[in-house]
Design a protein around this ligand. Sequence first.
Ligand code: COA
Length: 338
Amino acid sequence: MTRTSIAPIKAAITAVGSYVPEEVLTNQDLEQMVDTNDEWIQTRTGIRERRIAKSPSHATGYMATMAALNLCEKNNIDPKSIDLVLVATITPDYQVSSTAPYVASQIGATSAFAYDLSAACSGFLYGISTAAAYISSGQYQRVLLIGADKMSSIVDYSDRTTCIIFGDGAGAVLFEASKNAYGFESAVHGSNGIGRDYLNIHDGGSLHPVNENTFKEKNHLVRQEGRTVFKYAVKHMSEASNKVLEKHALTHEDINYMIAHQANKRILDATAQQLGIANEKVLTNIERYGNTTAATLPLLLSDYETEFKKGDKLLFTAFGGGFTWGAAYLTWNYDIKN
Ligand code: COA
């Protein structure tokens, strides 16, 4: 009896799209709102400005829809051919219902099922593993993964320790079976429930439902203990990245680009330094967008898509509320189609 071995299906990113609101909130604007200054923000975070979706109707679902339409239009993708729409977000349009089905309907992905994925700033990274698993198992052929957050809807613009960091935006990628040797290679994930004491929205969940003091105390808005989050972020992003590199017998020199969550430029620098990754390989958009939570990684892919060459080795890493974190290794699948 002869045995034929079937090569596993490798999932690859085959298209990218994005959307950021037009409205810009600069450090100078923030100087008028809280006790801060441009110099402090730039030196302590690397952020110059961020985008804010001012229109109330431009919520996460709208931004995710715009990013998905941008992807479909740029790459001539028929939305009806999409099997699954995943939206990574912590700012859904409604607490109940899921935002992804709305997005799927808006773009005309009539054959798709859709759901949200909630892992804060690690949401898109976890979504990469989820999308890749659906493709590799042969269960679905086209998975649209979107990272989108309207952080301005949960930020306290009187708290200088949080309002300077966050911005709004959305990015989308399409996963399909790779037609060459390139695509998703593997990922390492981690989490630690201790994190919910250091980064949370206190009220509005099942533990602390909204009560008569919620709005008075601003407990419906995001709070963090920045210094603690900073330390955990550097430790876990560098450890997870090292594990992924070791798994593939790679060194920092083999990596073409590090695509890391953009929470603070100093977190990025410290993580890259621990990994020995050269500055020019560390992609950034934090100076223009701030921390866009689940949108950060796909926005980076969109911003730098023209730089990537087929076969480039990309190291993704992220850290977020929960705590949640991880790293993923992908080989880039295509040269840009002009
Ligand atoms: N403008 C001016 N001064 C500020 C300020 C602001 N926007 N925010 C804080 N400060 C002050 C503090 O009050 C403190 O003053 P003090 O020394 O007189 O007490 C001083 O700056 C240092 O505060 P500290 O909290 O140690 O600053 P930091 O260097 O850690 O920067 C963060 C604060 C929030 C920018 C930083 O901790 C951070 O980025 N943490 C990670 C956040 C993160 O990743 N969150 C998302 C999860 S993915």
